[in-house]
Design a protein around this ligand. Structure first.
Ligand SMILES: NC(=O)c1ccc[n+]([C@@H]2O[C@H](COP(=O)([O-])OP(=O)(O)OC[C@H]3O[C@@H](n4cnc5c(N)ncnc54)[C@H](OP(=O)(O)O)[C@@H]3O)[C@@H](O)[C@H]2O)c1
Length: 289
């Protein structure tokens, strides 16, 4: 599909309004203005045409979903990279291999532990796991407990507390655990998750957003997830094609975290990068164009 875009707000990833039609048809076809949120996957293809920070971007049709008019482009732009990254770890068969998310969800009586639920990737992970029917326990700072619970986490544990491992074990007591998603993969997070999984009933695997330590305790496995890879398998269609648009329409998938708009135009990108580097709490930097 050739995508003609009227404008592109945002930071990577992006929410875009576009006119779909074939290149040949373009001068004469009837144009319906549709709005989509989509993952611009230049990180995988390395082709500039698939990148953000430009007014016209080629997107892959299986990495796009309809954005309801009730959601602004800036708000919608916080979702795509996080959705793909969460999905790569949650649904690929050689990762956690969870059932696909649906609207409404079907309970599967299994618990997922998410490290870093208030991060952008963690927020999408909580929402997708809930839509896949799982119960979710997460770590975050105390001031984000309500935020993560609003996204669907049953229980939150402060990752800075010295007994975080014991508290996570307590939080999943009596539950069957599907495994863990490490949306941080820093400062001992994967090792802590391995310690929990070693001691509880269930899956012994951690999906990690960065390269995990080579060896973990208790035979627990861990693997790096690469978000854009889902375009190569059925996960993109199952999540982006069958779930995201419907869930946004029904309001069961929320744009989270909130967009922190640093300004408009390419000259604001550096400012956005610096803001991101300073460290954010349940916010996603957005530059509008
Ligand atoms: N592999 C891939 O395809 C891929 C794709 C996208 C991102 N990433 C990587 O994933 C990581 C997360 O990206 P993001 O954009 O989701 O991050 P982000 O939203 O910028 O992360 C900020 C959040 O991280 C939380 N946090 C910081 N340190 C933590 C810790 N030690 N334990 C638990 N939570 C902690 C903070 O929680 P509190 O405020 O509650 O303290 C804050 O809300 C980055 O390293 C990024 O490079 C990888």
């Amino acid at each position: 599909m050739f995508i003609y875009k009227s404008f592109l707000p945002t930071y990577i990833p992006q929410a875009i309004p576009y006119f779909p039609c074939s290149q040949a048809q373009f001068p004469t076809c009837t144009i319906h203005r549709l709005t989509f949120t989509s993952h611009a996957h230049q990180l995988k293809t390395t082709k500039p045409k698939h990148g953000a920070f430009q007014h016209y971007t080629h997107i892959h049709s299986s990495l796009a979903a309809h954005l309801p008019s009730s959601i602004s482009f800036s708000a919608g732009s916080v979702l795509p990279l996080a959705i793909s990254t969460a999905s790569a770890g949650l649904f690929q068969k050689d990762y956690l291999g969870l059932p696909y998310p649906t609207v409404p969800s079907t309970p599967v009586h299994s618990t997922l532990i998410v490290w870093g639920g208030s991060s952008s990737v963690g927020s999408a992970t909580i929402q997708l796991a809930r839509a896949a029917g799982l119960d979710v326990v997460t770590t975050c700072s105390v001031h984000n407990f309500d935020y993560c619970k609003n996204l669907g986490a049953r229980e939150c544990v402060d990752y800075s507390s010295s007994d975080v491992v014991a508290k996570l074990i307590e939080a999943v007591k009596g539950k069957k655990v599907a495994g863990a998603y490490d949306a941080i993969t820093k400062k001992g997070s994967t090792e802590a998750l391995a310690e929990v999984l070693e001691k509880v009933d269930g899956g012994k695997f951690v999906a990690c957003v960065l390269e995990p330590p080579k060896e973990l305790k208790g035979g627990v496995g861990a693997k790096f997830v690469f978000g854009p890879i889902i375009v190569d398998n059925e996960v993109a269609g199952k999540v982006w094609g069958e779930y995201v648009g419907k869930a946004l329409d029904k309001g069961t998938l929320k744009p989270a975290p909130d967009a922190l708009i640093v300004g408009q135009g390419l000259d604001k990108v550096q400012e956005g990068m610096m803001k991101n580097k300073e460290g954010l709490s349940a916010k996603k930097v957005v530059v509008t164009l």
